[in-house]
Design a protein. Structure first.
Length: 82
């Protein structure tokens, strides 16, 4: 399981400095909004991958707790009425 490399990820404030110059007017507002939305989706996807990885690690480290959680979830699913 490789460690995440944070050095290749730009800081959140890195774009702000560039937008203050003349290039800020060159990019249309709609394009900037799409880029911001795409960046948000990328960050969310990375967060969900990290969360799933942490859950898998916890399940490997604490197998008894993972088994009881699976049984509890199965019981909830059996008793839930659609």
């Amino acid at each position: 399981m490789p460690d995440r490399d944070f050095h290749d990820m730009p800081s959140p404030g890195a774009k702000r400095g560039a937008e203050r110059g003349a290039e800020a007017n060159a990019v249309p507002q709609g394009e900037r909004e799409r880029e911001r939305e795409a960046e948000r989706r990328r960050r969310r996807a990375q967060f969900l991958r990290d969360l799933a990885e942490a859950r898998q690690l916890r399940d490997r480290v604490q197998p008894r707790r993972a088994k009881t959680a699976r049984l509890r979830h199965a019981m909830r699913m059996r008793t839930f009425r659609w």
